[in-house]
Ligand binder design. Structure first.
Ligand SMILES: Cc1ncc(COP(=O)(O)O)c(C=O)c1O
Length: 415
């Protein structure tokens, strides 16, 4: 009999939600006829990623080498019953946790960094470049690049670079080169600094810098979130959960995850949504970045310099400068088009969470379960706590995805 942590649970195929969406996904749109985004993406992305980005195929085989590395980095990640939290809340139903903090880099980001780095190597490129907010994506990129034997360069949002010095150390330890963004290394960074020398940086600016740098140095750009191919790689979270729930004999009534660009949420919820059609689904976002409640569902740019294409999503505007909250990974102005479509159609509900309730949730989770969760994941935990408190006598099973640990984010508690 399989245990919930047997490597046999690691899927052999990724799941792509696109063919199962209620409507056709609106395609990316070019800025103007002269600047074709497809041509641009062709230059900066490995061909395999580009193909996965636009496929209507439901399942894609995970290369064997990637499956082996998934086992090496800690997959399958645990799915367990959070007895301590249930007790602390006096909740009569069940709370189940899928825990992505158990991977070697401490978050789900490695699930897509590995295939992207290996496709880059297989197609003959020597290095990758990307942006990072809180540092989790940058950390995953640097270790994946080193495992693939290629170089990595990371533009890290300046406010997070200053808040989280240990992140720089770990990314360097893994073999990456890290620069705070806005930087003087790109034309766009220099333009931003000329207007605002103390600019705290945003993910939109860091993406623009990374893409400009990739184009100039003929490197490949790693997609951290938002894009379909990334959500497809992240489907390992939901596919594993499906098998683990089967082993435990559980069925979720409620599913909760946090949304920055949407990769952990989409990867978790989409494979399960097919099977548990009636489940209520909540996307937790930072109330300081209320993309679903105060944003608009429209075409907008992925990055601030408008180098990457415009996509249809919930957005606060590609020039939105969020507050300096600790959950750097949730400061992004938009959300993946597939998730945005399902929020717009009412299938996914959104829940805005304040930073102070996140801190309370992180404390309660640490004291009742012993896990120090990432501030981003603290949003999902806070939504789960709020739901359990509001429905204390219900027997519903709440499944929450905890996307990362917060052991390198301890400075949040120093304040
Ligand atoms: C631990 C963690 N959770 C969630 C996120 C949000 O990203 P996404 O919405 O792509 O999962 C991040 C992004 O940096 C993160 O580091």
């Amino acid at each position: 009999m399989l245990s919930t942590q047997d490597t046999a649970i690691i899927p052999h195929e990724w799941y792509n939600v696109v063919p199962d969406l209620p409507r056709q996904l609106p395609p990316p749109v070019d800025r103007d006829e002269k600047n074709s985004s497809i041509q641009l993406l062709n230059r900066i992305l490995p061909k395999t990623i580009l193909k996965q980005e636009f496929t209507f195929q439901r399942y894609t085989k995970i290369p064997e080498e990637v499956q082996e590395i998934y086992a090496q980095i800690g997959r399958p990640t645990p799915l367990f019953r959070a007895n301590g939290l249930e007790k602390a809340l006096d909740y009569k139903g069940k709370i189940l946790v899928k825990y992505e903090g158990a991977t070697i880099t401490g978050s789900h980001k490695i699930n897509t960094a590995i295939p992207q780095a290996f496709y880059t190597r297989d197609e003959g490129s020597t290095g990758v470049v990307t942006e990072t907010g809180a540092g989790q994506w940058g950390t995953a990129t640097t270790v994946a690049a080193s495992m693939a034997g290629i170089t990595s360069k990371i533009f890290m949002v300046k406010v997070s670079f200053n808040q989280k010095p240990l992140r720089k150390n770990i990314m360097e330890l893994y073999g990456g080169e890290i620069v705070p963004s806005p930087s003087t290394e790109t034309e766009f960074g220099r333009q931003v600094l000329a207007k605002a020398p103390d600019h705290p940086g945003t993910l939109g600016i860091a993406i623009s810098e990374a893409v400009e740098y990739a184009l100039e140095k003929d490197l490949k750009y790693m997609l951290g979130s938002v894009f379909n191919s990334v959500l497809t790689h992240q489907s390992v979270i939901g596919l594993e959960s499906e098998k683990q729930l089967e082993i435990l004999g559980e069925e979720p009534d409620v599913m909760i995850g946090c949304v920055g660009g949407g990769s952990n949420f989409g990867g978790f919820v989409f494979p399960l949504m097919k099977k548990f059609k009636e489940a209520k689904i909540f996307a937790s976002t930072a109330s300081e970045v209320p993309k679903f409640t105060k944003g608009e569902y429209k075409y907008d740019y992925v990055d601030t310099a408008k180098i990457l294409p415009s996509i249809k999503m919930y957005t606060l505007g590609s020039d939105f400068v969020p507050e300096k909250i600790y959950a750097g990974g949730l400061r992004y102005h938009g959300a993946a088009p597939s998730i945005s479509m399902l929020v717009n159609s009412g299938k996914i509900k959104s829940s805005d969470v304040t930073e102070s309730s996140v801190i309370d949730a992180l404390k309660l989770f640490a004291r009742s379960q012993g896990i120090v969760a990432a501030p981003e994941s603290g949003h999902a935990i806070a939504t789960a706590i709020e739901y359990a408190r509001a429905n204390g006598n219900s027997r519903e099973t709440i499944l929450v995805n905890v996307s990362g640990h917060g052991l390198l984010d301890m400075s949040i508690f120093q304040r």
